[in-house]
Design a protein. Structure first.
Length: 165
């Protein structure tokens, strides 16, 4: 819980990569974000555009004093630096950084919606998020992350086994 009036918010971000060195892409994003905690890495089948490589997904917790739109622009800058090219909607990407939760903030604009509108149906987001904050309540749905995870239909999400281990 963030101290009232501190200006610092606890934020959860989803990271995903399915191009290039996927694990390195996640690591570079984490280094650029000053992460407080991070989940395990999961390997997941693509959902919306299925004809593409599998993803590595992870959720990270950060503390930030940036406002939501400032944070969005910061994460988009990181994506660009790490080679993200937005050519195909829901297509392959070197890195994707989504703002899932920003404290208890609820907002919706053309540019940004918080909480992330698809998170409650995405096992590849809820599984790693539950590692970090299973008892956290979704500010709109009022259900815990663990409850949301229990309600997701089965999706192809598996723990990532690093090559060579």
């Amino acid at each position: 819980m963030d101290p009232p009036g501190s200006g610092v918010k606890t934020v959860y971000l989803a990271l995903g990569s399915n191009l290039g060195d996927r694990e390195k892409n996640l690591q570079q994003a984490i280094q650029a974000l000053e992460v407080v905690r991070q989940s395990s890495i999961y390997e997941t089948a693509p959902m919306l555009l299925e004809d593409q490589p599998w993803f590595l997904n992870q959720v990270v917790e950060i503390k930030t004093s940036l406002f939501p739109r400032q944070l969005l622009h910061h994460t988009q800058d990181i994506e660009r630096v790490l080679g993200r090219k937005r050519t195909i909607v829901n297509g392959p990407r070197s890195i994707d950084i989504d703002i899932l939760l920003y404290g208890q903030t609820i907002m919706s604009s053309d540019e940004l919606t918080i909480p992330h509108p698809g998170m409650a149906q995405r096992r590849f987001v809820l599984e790693p998020l539950a590692e970090l904050a299973s008892t956290l309540r979704h500010p709109v749905l009022k259900r815990t992350i663990a409850q949301l995870l229990a309600g997701t239909k089965e999706q192809n999400v598996r723990p990532y086994n690093r090559p060579g281990l």
